[in-house]
Design a protein. Structure first.
Length: 365
């Protein structure tokens, strides 16, 4: 791990945030309260996995029992699959409010057992998000929460629930590692706060970044303050596909970015107002690559990437809009991760609110 700049130490993670794997099974963990990203050698004990599915019912009950708390005190913030062993890693918040603790949990794909992943006396490196919103920044971001957090609003004939959170909690909203670079989406302390950061790994102080501007179809205007909620690398890492609340899907090329400038994305789809994107993955079928979008309102949405490539930018409010899409009859999915070449792993809540890990066979989607 010395080749990646990791030294034995501790990752002082103050809040559970997005996670993603990098080279050699190194896990990146975002900490919005601390305004840092950590790289950790998780020393995964598993061997080489194959293309087998993995399912675990009532994962929330398993976590509550393992952590010694009630299920209401367990919040799964993100999920990642180890690239070799296919063990499942969960970024978990235990508790609520200022007393909440960040916990990293590993689920063994062979027997479903849970283990706490040590963050002390391990190989670790960190990078500070220097332009993060300050802890006393009074601006807020609005999300559509899962569960009964927040406040209810009446919008036409619909009642929706929104949650207002300090802008610092969206310093990092999603991450992905591509060819020596950690891509980090989120918000900054600037007026035009939506930002995409590109952090070399091993970590250095040379962080490249760009402010982002998109046309938000359901809002009918150009925006620079809304954060990317989730994204996936695209076109071999030469671009990304990102989704925002209420719910545009936007293409950003990376190859021609100049650090410190504003980058205008190409809006290719609008998935519906009063809707929150929750996670995205891409996978390949016989007819090409496809995008899956988990969201708060509809079933799992599937979009053919060839349609994204052919889509002209959306710059006017209209509906229906953008690329064709299929809506799978799969609701309650809050997290997605590529398990292997044959399956996508989904964290799905049932009608009773119980959460389960379920493998979705890509050839059947």
């Amino acid at each position: 791990m010395g080749a990646y700049g990791l030294q034995i130490g501790s990752a002082d993670v103050r809040s559970a945030g997005p996670i993603t794997f990098g080279p050699e099974g190194i896990l990146f963990l975002a900490d919005n309260v601390g305004a840092k990203v950590f790289a950790v050698d998780v020393a995964d004990p598993g061997g080489q996995a194959g293309s087998e599915p993995f399912d675990l019912a009532n994962v929330d009950l398993h976590l509550a029992s393992f952590l010694g708390c009630e299920t209401d005190d367990v919040v799964i913030r993100d999920m990642a699959v180890h690239p070799t062993s296919h063990n499942v890693y969960l970024s978990v918040q235990r508790g609520q409010g200022d007393s909440a603790q960040a916990v990293l949990v590993r689920i063994d794909r062979l027997d479903g057992s849970l283990a706490d992943v040590p963050l002390s006396d391990v190989g670790v490196a960190e990078v500070i998000i220097a332009d993060a919103p300050t802890e006393d920044d009074e601006r807020v971001v609005v999300t559509l929460p899962q569960g009964d957090e927040g406040e209810e609003l009446q919008v036409g004939d619909r009642t929706i629930r929104i949650l207002r959170r300090p802008i610092r909690t969206a310093t990092v909203t999603d991450m992905a590692y591509v060819d020596g670079t950690l891509l980090v989406a989120g918000l900054s302390n600037e007026e035009f706060s939506s930002k995409l950061r590109r952090i070399p790994f091993p970590f250095t102080d040379e962080v490249a970044d760009n402010n982002l501007e998109i046309f938000h179809v359901s809002h009918g205007k150009w925006e620079t303050a809304a954060p990317i909620r989730t994204f996936v690398p695209y076109d071999g890492g030469r671009s990304i596909l990102a989704s925002y609340t209420c719910t545009p899907v936007v293409h950003f090329p990376l190859s021609d970015l100049t650090s410190g400038t504003k980058t205008v994305g190409r809006t290719v789809a609008e998935l519906g107002a009063m809707n929150q994107p929750l996670d995205m993955v891409s996978f390949v079928q016989a007819d090409g690559e496809h995008l899956l979008v988990a969201n708060s309102t509809h079933g799992l949405i599937k979009i053919a990437c060839c349609d994204i490539d052919a889509q002209a930018p959306l710059t006017e409010p209209r509906e229906p809009v953008g690329v064709p899409r299929e809506t799978e009859d799969l609701r309650g999915i809050t997290r997605l991760a590529n398990l292997n070449g044959s399956h996508v792993l989904a964290l799905q809540a049932d009608d009773d609110g119980r959460q389960h890990l379920r493998s979705l066979k890509t050839s059947s989607l």
